[in-house]
Design a protein around this ligand. Structure first.
Ligand code: PEP
Ligand code: MG
Length: 759
């Protein structure tokens, strides 16, 4: 007993010294050098060496006390090769009285290790993965006790922290250097924001950061563990009780098994043991978690692997009970570039991460109108949503490819795929630099036709893109986005301040404010609305505005106040018949009068437009043009209603095409009629931001295009490479064809005429 207490004190002393070094100054390599020296001294061994896993499953000697210095960074062993390789391959500790007699002993002359007889090693574990191996060696043959093995494992945890920090080898290499237990995998989801990204995974919720590994007072830590376990059990009992009314079934078995685990003395006992060796309760739970996880990951049996998930969940809960997890506290520990994986994420949380160079986002839930998707779009972060069980299937540090274009992710890609994706990301980066360089170049075709390029916006962050892209204004300001990222309706003052800010940010460039397009799938949590069978065709946009005139009037009031002395351009969404436009205009007029009677500085001028997106309006064009100052073409909804084509339905994704004869005929007709009536027209649907599709729009005669800011560069590059005259002739030739789409023909034209299109 006395001996036990003594060895525990020694372990605690060792851990404390290691903690000081970890927190101290010097490079990671210098700290590691100091760490192995101290471990050797404290564990009474002549040698202590740290091997770190490099790419290609190679263990490299990174630091040593006792072996020859020139072997550092030279001695390398494959996983499975030599005793160090065996420890890495099995992810288990090894203690040998006479190491050289072991069949796997591999002699490396440069190390000078032939004089050492006994060897004890432990894997450096993190997230169920082996990051390296820690070894001590003794000259005199000796037996290592279980306690000593345990101490080495505990110390290995500290060293693993240093390796995982990415300061010794970069996180990509750490993630790639795997022991082969986790094959690569493709997971399907939906496209929430296009683009391609690659990086090591950071899990949003389960990322538990243990800020203190070493504890001063073991008794206090044991008491904390006891309290947390008790609280956790009560919570689980409540869970079981809550599931009782659901009757018997598989879910009950699962919950019962879960309760059994929570009551498992062995599990809690092992955590208590780890605390006694000097760890904090959180770190002790983590140690046991790592050990269990690594062991169970190697088990092929699906039943046992499922239990592992239970245990992981439990460990998570326990750690939460212990520390009351605070997700943002973990931010300083993120790798320099990463892919974020979350069940769900709030827009503000994403902004927090965005300051840390998040490259891509994977969500288990999410829809294209989710706030986080909207913010991700503004930030240019590719997002794949609805990836089932993403947070369970993806381990922290796994390399993840986020293919936002296809709505897929690739997990743990092989070396060749990794290289080609990294090259593609690099190439896109190069293209981006090229597009940025075009910001000050005019959008003029080779035959001298000028095109006005505008951005679609919705949040103040988008307005920054006016300057960055060189766009001439905002062709569509989606006012609903600012409502969607709030928790309550903004009052008139708040709206006025917001729109005034937008005017100021635009610095005199024109902006078209579209009134609220809420309802349907763009639900506001604070606005009551009923479930609808067809939300896209339901109570949305101007329909809500006219049924709740107070709402629309408040918005118009705010816009009028904010515009004081400036031009106010307002467009109304989803107008299906002229009477709706008339009713909306009447509300606007009322608000203008009100502003006048209140003696406010009025807008310099007010322009009224509609977003053409409901086909019924096509049959009232003449009367429409007589009543509006401008027209915006919302091709997203227009195509959906023209073809009776739910564009959110993946089964129909490729069913119809915008570059088809009926759609192109419609666009030609509308433009011709608008020209006759002398009404300016722009296209603000996604079509305008797709270079091939906007090439067709220019060929049809459209001269004003509004798009996501990231599309300005690619579209401008296309414009600067085309000859409109030649394109017009070509389109005239092919437009009468009965093809499903003219896309392939236009692509061929682009190839033959050196039109600049993205790869
Ligand atoms: C459209 O329908 O094309 C459009 C621009 O509006 P939204 O995408 O906001 O529905
Ligand atoms: Mg629309």
């Amino acid at each position: 007993m006395a001996e036990d207490a003594e060895s525990l004190t020694a372990t605690r002393r060792l851990l404390r010294r290691l903690r000081d070094i970890m927190a101290g100054s010097g490079s990671a390599q210098e700290r590691l050098d100091r760490i192995v020296k101290i471990i050797a001294a404290e564990m009474v061994a002549e040698v202590c060496s740290a091997y770190v896993m490099r790419a290609g499953e190679v263990l490299e000697l990174f630091a040593t006390e006792g072996l020859r210095r020139e072997a550092v960074h030279r001695t390398r062993l494959r996983v499975g090769e030599g005793l160090v390789g065996v420890i890495a391959a099995t992810a288990r500790p090894l203690a040998l009285y006479e190491a050289q007699l072991h069949p796997d002993f591999a002699y490396r002359p440069e190390t000078g290790e032939e004089i050492y007889h006994s060897l004890m090693g432990a894997p450096l574990l993190r997230g169920g993965r082996v990051l390296g191996v820690l070894v001590v060696q003794n000259k005199t043959p000796r037996h290592y006790s279980d306690d000593e093995i345990d101490v080495l494992e505990t110390v290995a945890m500290v060293v693993a922290e240093l390796v995982a920090s990415g300061e010794l080898v970069n996180p990509f290499e750490i993630a790639q250097a795997r022991t082969g237990v986790t094959p690569s995998l493709r997971l399907d989801g939906i496209r929430l924001n296009p683009g391609l990204a690659i990086g090591p995974a950071v899990l949003h919720e389960s990322r538990l950061v243990i800020r203190q590994i070493v504890a001063e007072d073991a008794a206090a830590e044991l008491a904390r563990l006891k309290g947390a376990v008790a609280a956790m059990r009560v919570a689980i009992d409540e869970l079981v009780a809550a599931s009782e009314p659901l009757g018997k079934g598989e879910h009950r078995d699962i919950i019962e098994t879960y309760r059994m685990f929570a009551a498992d003395r062995g599990w809690v006992g092992r955590i208590a043991e780890a605390i006694k060796s000097g760890l904090t309760a959180e770190a002790a739970a983590q140690k046991v978690r790592e050990e269990t996880r690594t062991r169970m990951l190697q088990v092929g049996d699906p039943y046992l692997r499922e239990r592992l998930i239970d245990l992981e969940d439990l460990a998570n809960r326990l750690q939460q009970h212990l520390s009351g997890s605070d997700p943002s506290a973990a931010l300083p520990e993120l790798p320099p570039e990463f892919v974020l994986v979350a069940r769900t994420l709030g827009p503000a949380e994403l902004l927090d991460y965005a300051r840390r160079r998040v490259q891509g986002l994977v969500l288990e839930e999410g829809s294209p109108t989710a706030h986080v998707a909207i913010v991700a779009r503004a930030l240019g972060i590719p997002v794949v949503g609805r990836v089932e069980e993403a947070t369970r299937q993806i381990e922290p540090g796994d390399i993840v490819v986020v293919d936002g274009d296809r709505g897929q992710i690739l997990l743990r890609p092989g070396e060749d795929v990794y290289q080609s994706v990294a090259a593609a990301v690099e190439a896109r980066l190069g293209q981006r630099v090229y597009y940025e360089s075009l910001a000050r170049a005019p959008a003029i075709t080779r035959d001298g036709v000028a095109i006005t390029l505008l951005i679609n916006a919705g949040l103040p962050i988008d307005l920054e893109q006016l300057e960055a892209t060189g766009a001439e204004g905002v062709g569509l300001f989606r006012t609903e986005l600012s409502f969607m990222v709030r928790n309550a309706f903004p009052d008139v003052d708040a709206q006025t301040a917001f729109y005034r800010g937008i005017f100021e940010q635009a610095g005199g460039k024109p902006i078209i404010f579209r009134t609220l397009d809420i309802g349907g799938d763009k639900a506001l949590p604070y606005l009551d609305h009923l479930e609808e069978d067809n939300p896209a065709m339901g109570w949305r946009a101007i329909r809500v505005g006219l049924d709740r005139p107070a709402l629309l009037r408040q918005q118009l009031r705010a816009l009028i106040r904010a515009a004081a002395g400036r031009t106010l351009s307002v467009s109304f969404p989803m107008i299906a018949e002229l009477s709706e436009l008339e009713a909306a205009r009447a509300l606007l007029d009322m608000e203008r009068e009100r502003a006048g009677s209140e003696g406010r500085n009025p807008p310099q001028s007010v322009e009224i437009g509609v977003v053409l997106e409901v086909p019924s309006l096509l049959f009232q064009l003449e009367a429409l043009f007589a009543r509006i100052d401008f027209l915006s073409l919302g091709t997203n909804d227009l195509a959906q209603f023209l073809y009776a084509w739910d564009r959110g339905n993946p089964r129909l994704a490729d069913r119809y095409d915008l570059l088809s004869a009926p759609m192109l005929a419609l666009l030609r007709e509308v433009l011709g009629r608008a020209r006759d009536a002398d009404v300016p027209v722009s296209v603000c649907g996604e079509m305008a931001g797709n270079p091939l599709e906007s090439m067709a729009l220019v060929a049809l005669g459209y001269r004003t295009l509004s798009m996501v800011p990231s599309a300005i560069g690619p579209v401008k590059a296309m414009i600067r490479s085309i000859d409109v005259g030649s394109l017009e002739r070509y389109l005239d030739e092919i437009r009468g064809r009965p093809d499903h789409t003219l896309r392939t023909r236009l692509e061929a034209y682009a190839r033959d005429h050196d039109v600049t299109l993205p790869e």
